[in-house]
Design a protein around this ligand. Structure first.
Ligand code: NI
Length: 257
């Protein structure tokens, strides 16, 4: 069965420098049918686009992560626009707010988030949102722009989930659902309608149990899917098939299906 669609990965990360190509080439045999490789700054987004050209099943997202916001030059919007013209670029991401680490001043994070959401609208592209400990501001900005997209590695409460669903956005869940203290995210996994759910790794990070702490890759997604299947009382195969269809609908539309 070829129905693993990893909606959020970072295969440009140096953790994959020693075996990136053999690993990626092995993934279809492990059941992987799609990967969205997300950019974190201009250089990483460019590398992500180049990598996506080497694999039919890989697509790229280009964007500036909130961690990189303060290091970003003023010309970044023009540079991003150039990348967005590439046919393998299917989203803007990852973009958003991170008030846990606060690596960039919050005002700068918010400005870049706002500017990239405007760019997404201009190019009619979905967005991949990173939100850590910034639920109120993230929701406020999303309500203003109403983009198509996903809140990746969703860490909000069921109340925040409801507001996101009202915006017709998707929820991305990954390895965290398998972790021992995952009470809040399990409540979200139970409450999220199947047609709004995407599955992801965020690799090389967030490997699901029993591989927690190891380098993650897309072939480990069935462990995450098994936990969601248990919570929703459906089969693993259904979780994988439906989340793959959702990702194809959001990111690929009729362009590639
Ligand atoms: Ni990420």
């Amino acid at each position: 069965m070829n129905n693993i669609f990893d909606s959020h990965a970072h295969y440009t990360d140096s953790a994959f420098d020693n075996d990136r190509h053999p690993l990626l080439a092995s993934l279809p045999k492990a059941g992987v049918c799609g990967i969205i490789n997300c950019g974190t700054d201009i250089k990483d987004s460019k590398e992500s686009v180049l990598l996506s050209h080497k694999y039919d099943f890989m697509y790229a997202a280009a964007g500036i992560h909130p961690h990189e916001a303060s290091k970003t030059k003023n010309c970044y919007l023009a540079q991003l626009s150039e990348l967005l013209a590439d046919k393998k670029v299917v989203a803007i991401g990852e973009i958003g707010l991170d008030y846990h680490y606060d690596f960039s001043p919050r005002e700068v994070q918010k400005r870049l988030f706002d500017e990239q959401l405007r760019l997404a609208k201009k190019f009619s592209l979905p967005v991949i949102i990173h939100n850590r400990k910034a639920h109120a501001d993230t929701l406020e900005i999303l309500k203003e722009h109403k983009p198509a997209g996903v809140l990746h590695c969703f860490s909000g409460s069921v109340e925040v989930l409801k507001e996101v669903l009202d915006l017709n956005m998707y929820i991305g869940l990954g390895g965290a659902v398998t972790f021992k203290n995952a009470k809040k995210v399990l409540a979200v996994a139970f409450a999220v309608p199947l047609d709004r759910l995407l599955i992801e790794t965020d690799c090389p990070y967030m490997a699901p149990e029993p591989h927690r702490g190891e380098r993650c890759n897309s072939s480990l997604i069935p462990f995450t899917a098994a936990k969601i299947a248990e919570i929703k009382n459906i089969s693993v195969d259904e979780v994988l098939s439906v989340t793959a269809r959702n990702a194809q609908r959001l990111f690929l539309q009729e362009r590639y299906i």
